[in-house]
Design a protein around this ligand. Sequence first.
Ligand SMILES: *Cc1c(COP(=O)(O)O)cnc(C)c1O
Length: 431
Amino acid sequence: MLHSNLSINEKGHLCLAGRDVCELAERYGTPLFLMDEERIRRNARTYIDAMAEFMPEGSRPLLASKSCCFKRLYEIVAEEGMGTDLVSPGELYTAAAAGFPLENAFFHGNNKTDADIEYAISSGVGYFIVDNREELDAINETAREKGIVQKILLRLSPGIDPHTQKKISTGKVDSKFGTAIETGQAVELCRYALTLEAVALKGFHCHIGSQIFEYSSFADAAEIMLRFIRELYDDCGFETEMLNLGGGFGVRYVESDPEIDYRENIKGLAGVIDRLCGRLSVKKPSILMEPGRSIVADSGVTVYSVGSVKTITGYKSYVSVDGGMPDNPRYALYESDYTCLVANKADEEADFVATVAGRCCESGDLIQEDVALARPERGDYLAVLVTGAYNYSMASNYNRIPRPPVVMVNEGKDYVAVKRETFEDLLRNDI
Ligand SMILES: *Cc1c(COP(=O)(O)O)cnc(C)c1O
């Protein structure tokens, strides 16, 4: 199937990590987020091992928290040796609650408030990834008051369009993120950062976008960043210790997406970085990457119960499920591709073309349009594959629908990592 942790058993049921998805849905109810713990660990190790083997000393991956964020996930990736990047105090709070070593946490965001900065410094966050000058001043001020020196990276925009979807491309000059190299503002910001007493500049960050299937765009970004690092050295003698190339390696959501070998891509990118450092006479910085999707996406399967199956004569068919945009807003947001199948009929011919719709009062509440399914009936289980990233983390309570639980499967066992929300949870803050 799409990924090696997916299979079909003798009953014709879809399995995740060898576990019958329908049995789990029976036990835990639907909608249900399932995640394969071993797959998360394997993905983490792929990055950790390849970066340790091919890249300069100190190179390592950081989990992009926005892709998926709950306590148990931080425990898992910390055990494997990943750091993390966070974009909000809420993510930081979750990591801290999980006992995540915050010296390995990098705090992102294009608009950190004074309260965010205060909170992150008090929590002992390892690094700030500074987006702009006002933020730099605010961090310097708070760190000075607290009598510490805060380590920082500066987020720069390298001016690259990685040919991915517009809404998930972020490294262009015209972007709300970072400070542009092309306009000269990046050099100015560095010179200024170096005059501040309570911040210690360690290096630079860039992030060019998401769903990138081969390393050439990263190599282009690395070249721009390393040229900048060289120029900065000539300008003021600053030696860069860390270069963070962001996240964005792609994931296979549908059969037509390529399979991607992360190890080979990291090796290829490492070779380019090595040669560039040689050619530019730049002292090799340690490399950081911020994979999100490629760590968690293929660990996840969402299971729904099928409700109504409606064929509009002369038009098309709709299969409605008991979840939708509250647990997976990505089709509504980006028209993202997903693979859908009837989990209890996984071995049957998929000859019924339908649009899979959610239960909300929105015509845009769709999971996927015009997909071929085994003939679905009320009470069947419908599985959406590769939902480990940007599903739970983007979930909302729209229409007052409680969020589904996250159940982990691991080595023949299963456990609840995040409980299903209750109606009481929905009222928790209502006065
Ligand atoms: C979104 C994002 C990531 C993660 O991207 P993936 O496509 O999930 O790997 C990493 N770093 C930054 C700064 C991001 O904005």
